[in-house]
Ligand binder design. Sequence first.
Ligand SMILES: [Zn+2]
Length: 415
Amino acid sequence: MSNYYHELAAKLFDDIEKDTADSAGVSRPAYSDIETRTLAYLEAFAKENGLASCSDAAGNLIFSRPENIDAKEYILIGSHADSVPQGGNYDGLAGIIAGLLCLLKASETSATFKHPVKVMALRGEESAWFGPCYISSKALLGQLSADELSSKHKSDGRTLREHMEAVGIDTAPIAEQKPLLASEEVLQYIELHIEQGPLLVEKKIPAAVVSGIRGNFRHKRIRCVGEAGHSGAVPRAYRKDAVMAFADLMTRLDESWLTILQKGNDLVLTSGMMGTEPAKHAMTRIPDEVGFSLDIRSQSSHVLEAMKLMLRGEMATISLDRGVRFEMDEEHSVAPALCDPQIVEGLSEAMQATGREPFVMASGAGHDAAVFANSGIPTGMIFVRNRNGSHNPLEAMEISDFMVGTEILFQYLTE
Ligand SMILES: [Zn+2]
């Protein structure tokens, strides 16, 4: 893509960053006036450049070339306009701008799309504001639950439903879980997104094709309960040390993790919160209790099921060895979402055609694409290299890397 598009992209990112700046990074709350303003800015830009636009019943904006706005079979390019509080400017926005640039380039060159293309700027993807994630895409596909609709905003306490109504969305059909989108009209859903991990930076690759989005199962607080005692007085054989038992569990999970990777399977595993009871713990007290979280993710539902069984098996063994017991809290889980193999292949070919070695990787973070994929719509994703992680103000994507990703998308849509 020429320098013209590079500069245009830089200006769009810049204008929106200035308009939505917070004391650090940007804040574009889901279903807020700021989010509406971002959509209005993008709509004005699209109009100035001869593109058509309309809103849908979930308050999202749709852009296309004028002749395609009513197309009944189309490829949908989407991503989200909202951000986390004090987040980075590129998370979500990159996918919308990439889609807009593809529409523009197709209008300004003789290239034709294989299928009509619509670009969607989605509202409300981030879970940071109300708790539930992928709000807009779930609403579109009739999957937003009553519980989710009545979840409360993190700071003003008003419900999601009230916030949706405040930006002009009729929530009655959403509450009845009526699909707002004719999903049979969507031939494919494609999302370009910044990578939110370090892989592309480490590998020195500007963009990649995504094979799928990891599913997960999570426990917020598992308790391991043993027996307290004097740290100097109780010999090893008589101890029921909860922290030692927790350490055993982590070592065993880590060993299994390595084995699973060596067999070519996908897995990541984190215990991000753990601690003994501050009210009673002491340096000289054998800990009788430790609480910890577990977040286990994989692209494979088989691996996730195997990990659930293994977790329980290891807990049972350690309980016998160490004289402790594990008490599980409620499990939360999300199914993995696989990208469509033909789209993965098509995007890889597009990557090759733009002069780059195809590179395919898993997405560790969740995206709207997961909702579309799990609703049976063939889905694909492109990742763009990004430094310093995401969901923070230091997020850093080079516009030149963004243009590589956008070019792969354009090539795929037009080849
Ligand atoms: Zn995102």
